[in-house]
Design a protein around this ligand. Structure first.
Ligand code: FES
Length: 170
């Protein structure tokens, strides 16, 4: 009897452990799917990202000077914005992926076309504007230069300079 109870408890423990492990793998897979990096090259404070492989409404997270950088190609049914990086017909959100409240990394909810910050519930739309909760300002736009289909982070090209002059980068 005692053995039976122990056996059942062991089985339950193993089953729960299995679920936890599966959950962990699922979460990692989901993270990988939503956080795909694009082909990129890093050199001396600059990160060059090739945007030609970007898929609509799939968030890519790059790294620039130790910060996560969100790169999101907008699908045709998504709202464009003066903060967009425009390449030909394509519009991209390019923003530092840190919540402007206290610096957590928001998650992208593709179905809702918005970012949600798990720390205090702040939300940003797909153009980086704060739309709910405590964030006081939009997601910041890092200095960038457009070079054909490539984006160079860390260099101020004319498109970035114009955005900055219009007060759109912060
Ligand atoms: S850090 Fe994002 S809502 Fe507080």
């Amino acid at each position: 009897m005692a053995n039976n109870t122990k056996g059942r408890r062991d089985f339950m423990g193993m089953a729960l452990g299995g679920f936890t492990a599966l959950g962990g793998i699922g979460a990692l897979y989901a993270m990988k799917r939503t956080w795909d990096p694009l082909p990129s090259v890093k050199a001396a404070g600059f990160t060059t990202i090739d945007l030609s492989a970007a898929q609509p409404n799939v968030l890519n997270v790059e790294k620039w000077r130790g910060k996560p950088i969100f790169v999101l190609k907008k699908a045709k049914d998504m709202k464009t914005d003066p903060r967009d990086v425009v390449m030909g017909d394509d519009h991209f959100l390019v923003a530092i992926g840190l919540c402007t409240h206290l610096g957590c990394i928001p998650a992208y909810l593709g179905d809702e076309h918005k970012f949600k910050c798990a720390c205090h519930g702040g939300e940003f739309d797909a153009s980086g504007h704060q739309i709910f909760g405590p964030p006081p300002s939009p997601l910041e736009i890092p200095p960038f230069k457009i070079d054909g289909t490539k984006l160079v982070l860390g260099e101020e090209g004319p498109e970035y300079q114009k955005m900055k002059a219009d007060g759109l980068t912060v």
